[in-house]
Design a protein around this ligand. Structure first.
Ligand SMILES: [Zn+2]
Length: 876
């Protein structure tokens, strides 16, 4: 599949690097000195390595034939390579390259880069750190920057004496240099690993530390004065490291693990071996202010990155086309570990409405891609750090877990880790490990999900219930979100494991559907009158379309809460997707919504929020339907408010707090103008203005939506109050509440001020698009405004993002141009990007446009249905 991938020549193989870097934090440059032990496989006059934005002073090679100085150093900017040309042939055998070079501490959050921040005394400070995945190790030092070229790395840093510096491995020696201003820190050799996992940091930090039960020293480095904010992540890290030692059957191989909060960071976090770097909000927890959502986020980011210490670092994908082996697996494991650490969070139920929903949404587009995606040029990988690699990847792992059972699943993983540690694998190696542990032909099933894009909808074409059994006739076909026709030559088949749940619980039997049609018989535990829920616990990435009889029975199960929260959420999410695709009548969905009137489960409410929010947005321009949707929304949300209330209760658990957050979010969309809601939000906001640390009146879980309610009902004063909090808040999570809500101010003048302010440099590059998104989501005018702003400022925005990660531009596109419900708008946007191409964001753009056109189809379907008649709404 990837035989044509572009690699460096194999005539020279690297074995061990000694990299010495001396950064200058005032001039934003560094000097580099590198010795690479290599093995010359074929005599050659040239050595080609990866290099980007580096300057070269010299290169010499000590080899079997003597010592040679490079006579020419050719830099290829397009290919990001450097070629060292020698006048005579380097002989076959071991050799050492000595390269002297220099580089820039850039401000693009990639390579060896700098971050600016204000310390607790308000002084501007600079720190430097690294982000190498996927292709930016070459931006820090010349190397063979390919995942399969695993080597030993010995790092040395020369830094100002008063600063702290660290790398993947513990410090080996520290020497003060003559003059006393600088020190040279040498770190121990790393195990054999891929170049994208090398990391180092220089700056001022506080830290908290703890030893795991298995004896690994874990530290969390925070900005000075914020050590205590590292405590929560530290606890999560220690517990999950011990858990993974046992689960993967290979102990964590390094003597220490450092985790560092970086002031400017393009991703959420990066799993560098032994030195995990994080965006501040994804690792720091203010023990007083942090919301439940933040705690859960930090926990899952930590458990995700630590899972990579095995899946990714110890065993690495051979090439980027198997990126999902890293990301899909870490995303599955993050939930497994968070579930073990905090069982009361019910992570797997939540999974069915977050990861699962994201996977199913993206993968129902024709512009999706298979999990195993061909990557020719390594740069293409930047486009697939998406919901397919992370969410669908983890979803198929979840499916394998359901089919194999915990024991075989884990046994296979242990064997896989032992067999492939310190080396590289392809997807088939994982199937082989599971086939051996289980004796099941699991590869056959898994391939149908990882090698072809998309997923099926199971359609019930007939059902009958008698003698304590249900007989169900099924068909499968490729599910497309816009319901467009699947032509005969496009037809696909999946090997679908069918799990079932009835009122007696989840059945033991798994039916394997290999053809396009199948009849299954389900034991109903003697209850002919009960329901059968297919895809029990939503463990397989697919949709299910029931017949009328089965829906009727499911409604009884939903109302009586006779099925799990994942299943209640799943029936609703499927119904919504089916309506969008024209496979279910919109009226049926509205009637189904009424079955959730007594619902009080946080997970199910997240699904309800998705459906109500989606319907509200899609129908924004149709007063009749939108009015009906709002009415239904208000009714059902009103019942929740009556149950849950605004005030925290003594006995509230994690999920109760999440549920209250969801409730206030919904109020901010559906009921912000109701007198009672306005009053609640306003007095809480007034209390907050008096004292922002008052978490009683305005807990973090409610801050963003309460800001929105206040903004929507307020004028310039409310706008200035909310925006002012951005400047006074010292915590990034608190600042984010402002970014996520500020665009809700109704006046166009304020909205415009938001987009200008957030792109003026006042907001970090890593965060600025959140504020644009808040304008975009706020109203129809907001959408038009951000789109126009994007067009009018295209060159400036492009320059602003410069050479930073393509993911930032992806986010900006979605947050400024996505979400419209019209074909005309899609055409207009498509035309703009044809004239102003962004090759690195092409995939995201295609997906955004396709989703927009699917929205247009959806609106058309709603208008043509009974929802378009006022009698329908009167009859409800
Ligand atoms: Zn990851």
């Amino acid at each position: 599949m990837s035989s044509d991938k572009v690699l460096l020549p194999a005539n020279v193989e690297p074995i061990r690097y000694e990299v010495k870097l001396s950064p200058d934090l005032e001039k934003f440059t560094y000097d580099g000195d590198e010795k690479v032990e290599i093995s010359i496989k074929e005599a050659t006059k040239t050595v080609v390595m990866h290099a980007k934005e580096l300057s070269f002073w010299s290169c010499r090679c000590k080899h079997a034939g003597g010592e040679s100085e490079a006579v020419e150093i050719q830099v290829n900017i397009k290919e990001t390579t450097v070629t060292f040309v020698f006048s005579e042939e380097l002989k076959v055998g071991d050799a050492v390259l000595e390269i002297v070079f220099g580089g820039l501490l850039n401000n693009q959050m990639a390579g060896f880069y700098r971050s600016g921040y204000d310390d607790i005394h308000g002084n501007r400070k600079i720190m430097a750190s690294t982000q190498f995945e996927s292709l930016d190790a070459r931006r820090a030092f010349p190397c063979w920057d390919e995942p399969a070229r695993k080597c030993v790395f010995g790092v040395t840093l020369v830094v100002p004496s008063e600063l702290t510096a660290f790398s993947n491995m513990p410090e080996l020696s520290c020497n003060s240099l003559p003059g006393g201003k600088l020190k040279e820190l040498k770190f121990m050799d790393s195990p054999k690993m891929s170049s994208y996992l090398v990391a180092f940091c220089v700056g001022e930090f506080d830290f908290v530390q703890e030893m795991t039960e298995h004896g690994v020293l874990v530290r969390v480095y925070t900005p000075p004065g914020k050590g205590v904010h590292g405590d929560f992540a530290l606890k999560c890290a220690c517990k999950s490291l011990d858990l993974y030692d046992d689960f993967f059957g290979v102990p964590y191989p390094l003597p220490k693990l450092d985790m560092v909060a970086i002031p400017e960071f393009a991703m959420g976090a990066m799993e560098n071996w032994g030195l995990v770097t994080y965006r501040e909000v994804d690792v720091l927890i203010d023990p007083v202010k942090a919301s439940s959502q933040q705690r859960q986020r930090v926990c899952t980011v930590v458990t995700h990155e630590l899972a990579h210490q095995w899946f990714g670092n110890l065993v690495t994908m051979d090439w980027w086309d198997d990126l999902w082996l890293n990301e899909g697996f870490a995303s599955w494991t993050e939930n497994m570990a968070a579930d073990a650490l905090f069982p009361e969070w019910k992570m797997w139920e939540q999974y069915s409405v977050d990861h699962a929903a994201a996977a199913l949404r993206l993968d129902a587009l024709r512009s999706s891609h298979p999990i195993q995606v061909p990557i020719k040029h390594a740069e293409e990988v930047e486009e697939v750090f998406d919901a397919i690699s992370y969410c669908k990847g983890s979803y198929v792992v979840r499916m394998a877990h359901a089919v194999l059972g915990r024991e075989n699943f884990q046994k296979g993983l242990v064997a896989y880790m032992k067999k492939h540690q310190y080396s590289n694998t392809v997807t088939a190696d994982l199937w082989a490990a599971w086939e051996e542990s289980s004796g099941m032909p699991i590869g056959e099933m898994m391939k149908s999900w990882t090698e072809q894009m998309g997923y099926p909808v199971l359609k019930v074409v007939g059902s009958s219930f008698s003698g304590g059994k249900a007989t169900i006739e099924l068909e499968q076909k490729w599910f497309l979100s816009d319901g467009s026709e699947v032509k005969a030559d496009e037809a696909k088949l999946w090997c679908v494991p069918i799990l079932t749940a009835t009122s007696s619980g989840v059945g033991d039997e798994i039916h394997m559907m290999r053809e396009d049609k199948m009849k299954i018989v389900v034991d109903m535990g003697g209850n002919d009158g009960g329901f059968v829920k297919l895809n029990a616990e939503q463990q397989v990435p697919m949709r299910v379309c029931y017949d009328e009889e089965m829906v009727k029975r499911l409604v009884v199960g939903i109302k009586g809460k006779l099925m799990s929260a994942s299943d209640r959420a799943g029936v609703l999410a499927d119904a919504y997707a089916l309506v969008k695709a024209g496979m279910m009548e919109p009226g049926q969905l509205i009637r189904l919504l009424k079955a959730y009137e007594e619902e009080d489960d946080a997970t199910v409410w997240e699904a309800l929020e998705g459906v109500l929010g989606g319907l509200n947005k899609a129908t924004a321009e149709n007063d009749l339907i939108n009015g009906g949707v709002k009415k239904i929304g208000r009714e059902i949300i009103g019942k929740l408010v009556a149950k849950v209330g605004w005030d925290a209760r003594e006995e509230d658990g994690h999920l109760d707090k999440l549920l209250r957050g969801t409730m206030v979010r919904l109020l901010s969309v559906f009921c912000y103008d109701e007198e009672g809601v306005k009053k609640e939000a306003e007095w809480r906001f007034a209390k907050f203005l008096e004292d922002a640390a008052d978490m009683q009146a305005l807990p973090s879980d409610m801050r963003s939506p309460v800001f929105k309610i206040v903004l929507k009902n307020g004028g310039d004063k409310a706008f200035a109050d909310v925006k002012g909090y951005f400047d006074t808040a010292t915590d990034n999570a608190e600042k984010k509440h402002v970014l996520n809500s500020i665009g809700s101010a109704p006046s166009l003048k304020n909205k415009l001020e938001v987009v200008e302010w957030t792109t003026s440099g006042a907001v970090k590059l890593q965060d600025f698009f959140y504020a644009i998104g808040s304008v975009h989501r706020s109203s129809k005018e907001g959408m038009e405004l951000t789109w126009n702003f994007y067009k009018d400022n295209f060159d400036r925005l492009k320059d602003m993002l410069g050479k930073a990660s393509a993911s930032l531009m992806d986010a900006l596109i979605v947050y400024s141009c996505g979400g419209f419900c019209s074909n005309e708008k899609a055409d207009e946007i498509e035309k703009f990007f044809k004239e102003n191409p962004l090759p690195q964001n092409q995939r995201k753009l295609m997906q955004t446009l396709e989703a927009m056109r699917a929205n247009a189809v959806f609106l058309g379907l709603l208008e043509k249905s009974e929802l378009g008649e006022s009698s329908f709404w009167r009859g409800l």
